[in-house]
Unconditional design. Structure first.
Length: 168
């Protein structure tokens, strides 16, 4: 079967499709790694597309015909708007593949595109806050595990993750 997906820069017009992708896929992809009590609180917070990210020029979608089947990107700014970041350092942002399309090369192609665009922009090091079950995927595309971290999604909602890095 021929590969039909295309990677393009996301736009604010992609908001509804990315919301739908995150909303249907994160619950399925994350359920094995996180307890139901955390999923009930965390999924509504992490499964919303971020308008500023969609308008950044460094966030991308993977499409198959007109359907968005993957999304992700990088920014110089730190996730959560906690600062502008450091020169030469980028941060992987909100990566997802449709749960019905995993293991088809979508995520790997997307990460290759992310690496290439970051490198062209002068990024030398990429940080990633991986979900617990995505650590093997990120390792397979060259990220090194630095250790466990906790992402504070909202007051009282702490989300276990893995801090990873990759030199470009």
């Amino acid at each position: 079967m021929a590969e039909t997906f295309v990677i393009r820069t996301a736009t604010p017009d992609d908001l509804d499709q990315i919301d739908a992708l995150l909303g249907r896929s994160y619950p399925v992809l994350l359920k094995e790694a996180y307890p139901p009590s955390l999923m009930v609180m965390a999924v509504p917070l992490i499964s919303k597309a971020q308008p500023r990210l969609l308008a950044s020029g460094t966030y991308f979608v993977v499409t198959d015909e007109d359907q968005i089947i993957g999304a992700g990107g990088w920014t110089r700014a730190l996730p959560g708007g906690a600062g502008k970041g450091t020169a030469g350092v980028g941060n992987i942002r909100h990566v997802v593949t449709d749960h019905r399309r995993v293991r088809q090369g979508i995520g790997r192609r997307l990460m290759t595109h992310i690496d290439e665009t970051a490198r062209v922009a002068g990024i030398e090091l990429l940080n990633c806050m991986s979900t617990l079950m995505a650590e093997p995927f990120y390792a397979s595309v060259g990220f090194k595990t630095l250790g466990p971290i906790t992402v504070n999604l909202q007051r009282g909602i702490e989300f276990p993750a893995i801090h990873m890095q990759k030199r470009l």
